[in-house]
Design a protein around this ligand. Structure first.
Ligand SMILES: Cc1cc2nc3c(=O)[nH]c(=O)nc-3n(C[C@H](O)[C@H](O)[C@H](O)COP(=O)(O)OP(=O)(O)OC[C@H]3O[C@@H](n4cnc5c(N)ncnc54)[C@H](O)[C@@H]3O)c2cc1C
Length: 545
């Protein structure tokens, strides 16, 4: 396996020793759909739960989700059909058992979410309004407020968590590293809290189980739909702790983020949901020609990676940095009623989608891989669970089917809570920390993002990946002082290093991993790469067929 030269990385984030500690049954890291759903189910089991979250409770990706949640809720649809569409998108790397769990348990979890208080859009007869998105062959996407699904889900879960006095939420709390006992079992976390009184600065939350629900890592790229908190902290923590991480080379690029020109180191680009294409908007080049027709049987509704690459190729061929999405023929009244969020964000950027085509370009959108889990959300470290976008349950394989990610968070959060409720050991004592700790300078963030977008983004080759690796080696030498920006920058470089190692080794094109120098899907790559750090922090890669 070809592994480029990559820098040594810390096995621990440097920081002051914990100055305070508290204890709970289960600590959940992250407050999106995965973390809050897990917390609510854990409470149903009578456990004390502490949710810690990096900024404010609503600041993850969940509230930005527009399209909806995929689940078989139409009597004419079947779980087998949903599984088929999911596995086609995953190009041979989905775990069929995980997919079965997702599609079979999904409908009940969506109904539970409605009981928690989420209100989805309905037809005049009161039935749920179901729509279709790229890669789905049936109408199975529930949505809320037109294109404000995630905001409604986050609102409902947030309200439910606030109603329960036994769920403690600690915000502005950045989790640094995992604590394990002498037997190697997770027994808590270290974190930095911007708080008051005794709970301020670096501390520890001791717990009988730890649930990672830290979301995605889109901020590793210069152009992303992910919010600024999506810095891959959970994956980086897991890599440092020695938990199995896999499929990290499979990053889905959303083909149509609103093109805003260049962005700085902490930016999020508004998504122009594929639901708009689902309703009939056309992708056109500079001459107004529909370029996806003839490239794929579903044209603009082809899987995301196919559309992203179609756009990228037009951009390369024409020397432009964006194409256009033309929705004018759908009419102003329809657009304003069905897509209020998109219309508002376009107008805020000075584009009126009812009278002019929308400038769009691909942006990093979803991490299909992450911390490897089994069907109960267990990672390879006992007592450590992972759920939501940070996890790799095996449902997405080489590419995620649209609207399966909110569903994955719902389904596996419940499974984790059930597993934890089935039996928890007593609190463990943290073993002494012996690993070398240091951090990188925060100035590496924008440099890393640009290098990742250029060389390890929508289209990759040995040459572009080597150039990105060389940049990362340079960044690895710039040490910094412990602070929020340095911890995040170190996490970003850790995740980027793992991604570049795996993307370089995987000499094929599959799902959302597109190698220009290896354009075919190759049977010998039907397996998973596991990036890791050796004892001294040296990047390693192992293969599992
Ligand atoms: C613009 C956009 C549109 C999308 N549309 C859809 C859609 O229509 N349907 C769909 O299924 N999916 C969609 N997705 C994907 C989906 O929203 C996410 O995959 C999903 O919300 C992830 O949920 P999560 O709970 O895993 O993470 P998040 O909702 O991202 O929450 C992660 C949480 O972890 C916290 N956190 C991170 N690091 C730390 C740390 N070190 N310490 C403490 N806390 C930390 C964050 O602050 C946050 O609270 C979309 C994503 C985006 C960005």
């Amino acid at each position: 396996m070809h592994l480029p030269e990559l820098p040594e990385l810390p096995r621990r984030l440097a920081g002051p020793a914990p100055g305070w500690a508290e204890s709970t049954d289960v600590v959940v890291v992250g407050s999106g759909i995965a973390g809050l759903t897990a917390a609510l189910h854990l409470r149903e089991a009578g456990l004390h739960v502490t949710v810690v979250t990096k900024e404010n409770i609503d600041d993850g990706s969940t509230r930005w989700a527009q399209g909806g949640i995929a689940a078989v809720l139409d009597p004419l649809d079947t779980p087998a059909a949903h599984a088929r569409d999911t596995e086609v998108a995953g190009v041979g790397l989905c775990d069929p058992a995980a997919v079965r769990v997702l599609v079979e348990e999904g409908p009940a979890r969506v109904r539970e979410l409605m009981r928690v208080g989420a209100e989805f859009d309905r037809n005049p007869d009161g039935s749920l309004m179901l729509t279709r998105e790229g890669g789905h062959h049936a109408n199975r996407i529930v949505h809320a407020g037109g294109d404000a699904t995630g905001a409604e889900v986050q609102r409902a879960l947030h309200a439910a968590v606030r109603r329960d006095p036994w769920i403690r939420v600690v915000d502005h709390a950045l989790v640094l590293d995992l604590l394990t006992d002498a037997a190697g079992r997770a027994c808590g976390i270290t974190l930095h809290v911007l708080g008051e009184g005794t709970e301020d600065g670096v501390g520890a939350v001791m717990a009988r189980a730890v649930v990672l629900a830290t979301g995605g890592m889109g901020q590793v790229f210069a152009s992303t739909t992910n919010p600024v908190v999506s810095t891959g902290d959970g994956v980086a923590l897991a890599i440092r702790a020695g938990a199995a991480v896999t499929d990290i080379e499979f990053v889905q690029f959303h083909p149509t983020a609103l093109f805003l020109g260049g962005t700085g180191g902490r930016a999020q680009q508004p998504l122009v949901s594929e639901a708009l294409r689902g309703e009939g908007a056309h992708l056109v080049d500079g001459d107004g020609k529909r370029f996806m027709v003839g490239q794929h049987e579903l044209a603009e509704l082809a899987p995301r990676d196919v559309v992203a690459k179609g756009i990228h190729r037009v951009m390369l061929a024409t020397g432009t940095d964006h194409v256009h999405l033309d929705a004018r023929h759908l009419g102003a009244a329809f657009l304003e009623q069905r897509f209020p969020t998109i219309v508002a964000s376009c107008r805020a950027a000075g584009v009126d989608p009812t009278t002019e085509p929308i400038p769009v370009a691909p942006a990093a959108h979803y991490a299909s891989g992450g911390v490897r889990t089994d069907l109960h959300g267990r990672t390879s470290i006992p007592g450590l669970y992972a759920c939501g976008e940070v996890a790799c349950t095996g449902v997405h394989g080489a590419n995620r089917l649209a609207s399966n990610s909110l569903l994955e968070g719902l389904v596996f959060a419940k499974r984790i809570a059930e597993h934890i409720a089935g039996g928890l050991p007593e609190h463990g004592e943290p073993a002494p920390v012996t690993e070398r700790a240091w951090v990188l300078d925060p100035g590496v963030r924008p440099v890393l993002q640009r290098a990742m977008t250029r060389g390890a983004g929508v289209l990759r080759s040995a040459e572009t990946l080597a150039a990105t690796a060389a940049t990362i080696v340079g960044l690895g030498a710039t040490r910094g002082r412990p602070a929020t920006a340095s911890w995040e920058a170190t996490n970003l470089v850790t995740v980027a290093t793992a991604l570049v190692a795996a993307a370089t080794a995987r000499e094929e094109t599959r799902g959302c991993h597109w190698r220009e120098d290896f354009p075919a899907t190759r049977d010998e790559w039907l397996g998973h790469l596991f990036p890791a750090l050796g004892d001294a922090g040296e990047p390693k890669l192992t293969w599992e067929a």
